[in-house]
Design a protein around this ligand. Sequence first.
Ligand code: TYC
Length: 102
Amino acid sequence: MVTRDRGDAVLETKKSKLKPPPMFKVILLNDDFTPMDFVVAVLQTLFSMDLERATRVMLKVHKEGVGVCGVYPNDIAVAKVGQVVAFARQYQHPLKCVMEET
Ligand code: TYC
């Protein structure tokens, strides 16, 4: 592609052949047993949310069934899901966490 700047210099630019990496939503699912304050702690600890945002996301999951914790490249999303599930199981909570391509 040829473009000209205001001083009429010619700039050769090429279309990048690199696709942006696929991105994945990390999603929390509701259940009837995991305590609300545990879910809030998960969102604060593993997703760096402040108390207000963590509470808002937890209540969305509680009311609507699902909520997004964050959007990450594949390897980070896999690690986050693993951390959530490992943390929950450590305390015998059935909390579910999945990932989904955006
Ligand atoms: N529904 C749970 C309760 O009433 C709270 C909860 C919220 C559980 C979000 C999981 O991802 C979740 N204790």
